[in-house]
Design a protein around this ligand. Sequence first.
Ligand code: HPA
Ligand SMILES: [Zn+2]
Length: 339
Amino acid sequence: MTDLNAFVSGLPKAELHLHIEGSLEPEMMFALAERNKVEIPFKSVEEVRAAYEFSNLQDFLDIYYAGANVLRTEWDFCDLATAYFDRAAADNVRHAEIFFDPQTHTDRGIPIDVVIDGLLAGMASAQAKHGLTSKLILCFLRHLDEEAAFATLKAAEPWLDRIAGVGLDSSELGHPPSKFERVFARAGEMGLLRVAHAGEEGPADYVHEALDLLHIDRLDHGNRSLDDAALTAKLSRSGMTLTVCPLSNLKLCVVNDIDAHPIERMLRAGLRATINSDDPAYFGGYVNDNYRALIPAGRLDAKDFARLARNSFLGSFLSDAEVAAHLAKLDDYVTAKGA
Ligand code: HPA
Ligand SMILES: [Zn+2]
C-alpha cells in the first residue's frame, strides 16, 4: 500500500457537515470588511487566527456570528461558496451538502433572497468548474424560538425546490430537539429531509429526541450516543448516518486528544460514520485534514478510511443511481491503489 496520507487525500468523497459561514477564512473576512465598509474588531489576519482558541461550543459561536457580519451582498455569499468549493474540490470532494443559517443574516437586515441566490450561484459555478455537485440545508438556530424558526421556513418557501432539507444548529445545551418538534413536522410535510446537530455537547437523550420527535434522516455529530449502548445499537441497526467532525471535536473540547477520538469505536459499533470539517476556517482544517488527523493514532487502516468515504456517499441525499456511480469510482480508486 502506498502512503496512507496520500491514499486518504485522493479518496473521492462527499462532505455532509459543513456550515458555509464557517468556511469564511480570515483573509476573506478582511477583504469583505473592506469591500462593504464594515468595522471588524481585529487589526490583522494573525490577530483573527489568534482569537480562535475555544473552550466550548458557545465560545466559538460568539466569534462565528461576529465574523458573519461582513457578509452583506449576493456577491459575498457567492464568493464565500466559491472559495469553499474550490478548496473542497482540491480535497477530492465530489459532492457537498452545505448548511446555511438564514437567521444569522436576516436578523441583521440581510434579505433571505440575497443569501440563497448568492449561495445557489456559487453552487452552480462549482458544478460547471469542478463537476462538484451540492445541496443546500437550511438550519434553524436553536437558541432562537420556535416562532422564529417557523417564520424562517415560511420565508424560504420560494426556494423550496432548491433546498434539500432542514437542520438544527447553534447552542445545544438547554435547547433540546423537542423545542422544534412542530417545525420539523411541518418541514417533513413540505417534503424536506431533516437533520439535526445532537449529542455534540448535549446528552444521548437529545439524540433520542432527534430520532423520535424530529424524525431525522441524518445525525450531525452524535458523539454522545456512545454513552448509551441501546441507542448505539439502534443507530447501527437503522443504518443512521453520523456526520462526525474530528478537528471540530478537538477545537471545541468535545474530545481532549485527537488520538482518543471515538471514530474507531463508532466504526466497530457498526455506525455509519462519516468524516467532515464542520467550520474549516475556524477549526484548522478542511475535510482531508480531518481524515489525515485520524492517521497518527494508528487505529484505522486503508480499508477503514475507504469505508468512511463510502459512508459519505451512502449517507448523502443523492439518488440511489448517483450514489452507485460515486461508489463505482471509489471502488476503482481503491483497487488502483491496491488497498
Ligand atoms: O459545530 C457546531 N455546532 C452547533 N452549531 C454550529 N454552528 C456552526 N457550527 C456548529
Ligand atoms: Zn456543525
